[in-house]
Each structure stands twice: as structure tokens, then as C-alpha cells.
Ligand binder design. Sequence first.
Ligand code: GLU
Length: 334
Amino acid sequence: MTKKLTYSILAVAVVAVVAIAAFLFTESSKSSRFIAIGTGGPTGVYFVVGNSVCRMVHKEAAEGRKTGRKHGIRCSAPSTGGSTYNIGQIAEGELDFGVAQSDWQYHAYNGSAVDKVKEFKNLRAVFSVHPEPYHIIVGANSGIESWGDLKGKRFNIGNSGSGQRGTTEVLMDGYGTKTSDFAVATELTSTEQSKALCDGKIDAYGYTVGVPNAGVSVATDGCNAKIINLTGDVEKTLVEQRPYYAFATIPKGTYKTTDSDVTTFGVMATFVTSADVAEDIVYEVTRAVFENLDDFRALHPAFANLDPKNMIRNALSAPLHPGAVKYYKEKGLM
Ligand code: GLU
């Protein structure tokens, strides 16, 4: 009898301990939740987008600690391979958010370029960020003035996983150019390409990126590389036929060698997530960004013209995440 009673007390105690431990575990995971944002190369603008978002999330956390409005989110924004890598990793659940070109957001959601980015129906848009013109940057003495001049040259098509790699391939398809048409088609990352150009290892590279940009200036201001115009029939057709492309200008004076406006086509950088990411997390991240938009604009010259109305409307082809919609409705933006 006594033995039985001891066992029952023991059993109750074990259940209670397990219940308390489970409660504490849930509470602690609620009070510190980690999110990861996929960016691009460390000299690009995506890296600044991701780290600016984390900064605003942490700022809201610090303010919340004073006012009792806690969100408990800890954020990191590592450098990655770029757009299509980020979308792929969000689909795998390895990243919670990412920055991605609007063309690859469109293709991932619609499954319309599965050789470059896998179909991902659970992709969700949060907002769009800055414009990203597609640049072809050529060596000072390369003699390259148009796409056609790239034939027989050493051209960096970019690392796989980067947005520019995909957009370069779209342009190659449009022009009927094969990799074998280049003397060499290198796959350097955005961090390596400007130095390779200045060291004379390549003649040109393609890069989809916000303006201005530290990586590009290494080549333009460092070794007089130039950015060429891309306004031919191929680019006109792309802009006419595809909703996510538009003509874009890199203004005169942006870099040392831009002595006149450069016209090319381009996309928008967008901030995306998965339908599987919890509504309150997306709400808090969206809120942190939009409540601190002035700070955001000041963090990089490419963000200077961010306008909330455009950010929630332009260049988004995947549906908005419900967590973002909740905030936009609350603020009367939708
Ligand atoms: N657009 C590039 C990409 O998708 C990245 C540009 C950047 O890092 O700012 O890979």
C-alpha cells in the first residue's frame, strides 16, 4: 500500500516536472526566436537590405523591452549566393526570409523557369525594395561597346544561385549567344568579379544590382571600367513582353566613368518569405521595417526613394504574406 502510494506520488511528480519543463521550453522559444534572412555577396546591396532589416527588428526589440511590447525575435542576415539561392533555401525551410530579384520571384511562384529556379507555390511577397538595373561592366581597354562585342571575350556570367546569372542567361537566350561564344565564361561571385576585371583576368561581367554600389565602384573608380547601354531590340522585347522588366537609367556622375546616363533594363529587389513562416513573425518584421522607414532610407543611397505605397504594390508577383497584410491594413496602406 505504502509502496503503491509512493509510486503514485512519484508518477505525479514526474508528470509535473515534465509539464513545467515543456512550459518553460515553449516560453523560452517564444521569448527568443531566431530568423535568418538570405542576402547576396558582402559588397552588394542585398547584404545591406538584410542587415538593415535585422537592425530595425533589433531596434524594435530594444524599444519593446522598455515599453513592455516584446517580440523576442533575433535576426541574422548572412551573405549568400543571391536571389535564386535564397528562394531555394526558403523553400527548404533553411532561411525564413530573403532578398530576390522580381524576375526570379515571378518565375519561382509561377514555375515558369524551372531550369533556373524551382517552382515554389508557398513563396510569399513581403515588400519590394530598390530598383536593380542589369549592368554590363567592361574593362577600360576591352573595346566592348555592345552585347555583340562580348563574342570571343572573357565574360563573367556569375555564380549559380545569383540573380544576375539567371538574367544573363535570359539575355543570352534573347541574343542567341552560347557560352562557347565567349573565350571563357567564368562563374565568379559578385565579390570576386571587380577585382578580376581590374587584374585583367576577365574582360567584362554582368551584374544586376542597386545603384550606387561599392562592388561596382571597385571597377569603375578603381580601374576605369565602363557600364554599357543595353537598348537593342532584344532588351525592348524583354521589357515589352515580361511584366517584371523595365528600362532603367544609371545616372551620369554615379561613378567616375559614367560621364553620361547609361540606359539598360532592370528588375526590382524584393523581400520574400514562405507561407510556412508564422504570421506574427512576418508581422513583426514588416512592422519593424515600416515603422523605421526613415532610418531604412538613410542606410544606403539605393534606398533613398523608398515609398511605402510602391513597396507594397510594385514588382510583387507572389501573394503577400498574411502577416504583412495584417500590418498594411492596420496602417491603412491597403
Ligand atoms: N541581384 C543580385 C542577385 O540576385 C544581388 C545584388 C546584391 O547583392 O545587391 O544575386
